[in-house]
Ligand binder design. Structure first.
Ligand SMILES: CCC[C@H]1O[C@@H](n2cnc3c(N)ncnc32)[C@H](O)[C@@H]1O
Length: 482
């Protein structure tokens, strides 16, 4: 498959669309012109893009949960509760795992079992099976904009149904929903399939309906160096812009060291704007999202609230446009609606206390310079590998280990780069492998790791990585030697 980062032609797009719409019977419910009218009849207060743009202007940090259950009425009740009792500024619809794998038959069984047992037998909302009108009943029973959150390598039909169903934001991307989510899906496949998603978003945009797109920032959520996740987010934002996307939220998963996390988020938003401008995508609104701690959570709910407050502080001090909120049930699984609302109110309190403060320090400026230098080195190498074509470059970069996501399930990921924390808990490159850092940045990372080794009286080694992965379950950030 010969991938190029070029806006899909109408022939190409509508050619693919025919087969996409046949993948499940609800595809027949999609009528583009009618869907545009439906969106235009919605109050502006339900537009995700607009609410994010206003928050950016007002330098406010909005709070958003994850949430999704099998049946429509229960999902409406859940989201209304999170809107009213959780004070959510933005709402999700988290899609179930069967739908994410295009296994709609099994999602159908899950719906029937949920009706039978009166319990959600799916770990999210099966939007394809519920169809356009099922989705619309969600949107029509809420006042708050709603985003589709999932992890779907081939999300084309899901997008068609959710957009026609009134959702106004959509998470994911051809790299960020492949490498961390799939074992054996070639990158060519998902980058091409997500060009369809972004082209559809562009077609809605060109018809006057702005739909926000959000690459999935945290990736594996385990010791991912900030420059690596930033590079992926920037690449996906640019691939989306080529297809006509005009409103994009770039994301980052909290790693643990406060200065590094604030620096990473600020650099992410600024660099995304710079790269979009540099490559001729002038009129894209860029916002940012901080994902609260994506690692293991304490079972004890009081300790879980400490982790949630910690992530809220990072979002507020980084002036993130929004923050994705965890719950005190994170260690157990899908949260109850009460626990989900508690996580939201905890977050809102922490953010409002820090709303008038901003982190400023020389350490922050140094960390921003480090992350910016590393991120640009990775992104520019991708352009070089693609001889100017970013889609081709990203595919070659994954093959070459230039884009290398730690602990990823994908067999196409090199898995050679090794991260570890430094003495202050910031995530550094222990072994850069083929990540193309310039000499002085390699030396910086090495110096930080050597400093930790000296302080811990041990050699820098893979044992540090193991200790860091297990540290959290021992209530620590940096994995100390036994
Ligand atoms: C990036 C995805 C992992 C996070 O996504 C949460 N998550 C998954 N599915 C649901 C759901 N149906 N409702 C509320 N949260 C959910 C997990 O807890 C975890 O934090």
């Amino acid at each position: 498959m010969d991938i190029r980062n070029k806006k899909l032609s109408d022939d190409e797009f509508y050619g693919i669309r025919k087969e996409v719409m046949e993948q499940w019977p609800t595809g027949k419910e999609v009528n583009f012109e009618e869907a545009i009218d439906y969106h235009k009849a919605m109050p502006e207060s339900k537009s995700f893009s607009r609410k994010l743009a206003n928050a950016k202007k007002e330098r406010k940090t909005l709070i958003q949960p994850r949430a999704g259950v099998a049946l429509i009425d229960e999902h409406i009740k859940l989201l209304q509760y999170l809107q009213d009792k959780g004070e959510a500024d933005l709402l999700p619809t988290t899609i179930d795992s069967y739908t994410r794998q295009n296994r709609y038959e099994e999602a159908e069984v899950g719906i029937k079992e949920s009706i039978h047992t009166q319990k959600s037998m799916l770990n999210g909302f099966p939007a394809v099976n519920h169809g356009v009108f099922g989705c619309r009943s969600i949107i029509e029973n809420l006042d708050t904009p709603v985003q589709v959150r999932h992890g779907t390598p081939d999300a084309r039909l899901l997008t068609e149904i959710c957009y026609a169903g009134g959702f106004t934001s959509y998470e994911g991307g051809g790299i960020s929903y492949n490498i961390p989510y799939a074992k054996d899906v070639p990158l060519e496949r998902t980058i091409y399939d997500w060009m369809y998603v972004d082209r559809l978003t562009g077609i809605y945009e060109e018809a006057g309906v702005s739909i926000n797109r959000e690459p999935y920032g945290p990736l594996t959520g385990t010791l991912v160096p900030p420059s690596m996740s930033n590079a992926v987010a920037i690449i996906e934002a640019m691939l989306a812009a080529e297809q006509g996307v005009k409103n994009v939220t770039v994301g980052y998963g909290q790693c643990g060291n406060l200065v590094q996390d604030v620096a990473a988020l600020r650099v992410l938003e600024e660099l995304t704007e710079e790269y979009l401008e540099k490559y001729g995508y002038e009129d894209v609104t860029v916002t940012s999202v901080l994902h609260q701690w994506m690692g293991g959570f304490p079972q004890d709910e009081s300790k879980a609230f400490a982790v949630i407050s910690w992530g809220s502080s990072v979002a507020a001090l980084a002036k993130a446009t929004k923050v994705i909120v965890k719950t005190p049930h994170e260690a157990m699984g899908v949260p109850t609606m009460e626990a989900n609302a508690q996580g939201l109110r905890c977050t809102k309190q922490a953010i409002s206390l820090l709303a008038d403060q901003e982190l400023k320090s020389s350490a922050l400026e140094l960390e921003k310079a480090i992350i910016k230098g590393e991120t640009c080195a990775i992104v520019d190498k991708c352009f070089e590998l693609g001889m100017g074509d970013l889609a081709l470059g990203a595919i070659r970069a994954v093959k070459a280990g230039v884009l290398d996501i730690p602990f990823a399930p994908s067999k196409y990921n090199a898995g050679k780069m090794l991260p570890a924390r430094d003495f202050e808990g910031a995530v550094r490159y222990l072994n850069v492998a083929n990540v193309p850092l310039p000499r002085e940045l390699k030396d910086f990372n090495q110096g930080k790791i050597e400093h930790r080794a000296k302080m811990e009286k041990r050699k820098a080694s893979f044992q540090m990585v193991i200790d860091d992965v297990y540290a959290i379950s021992k209530g620590r950030l940096v994995g100390k030697p036994k």
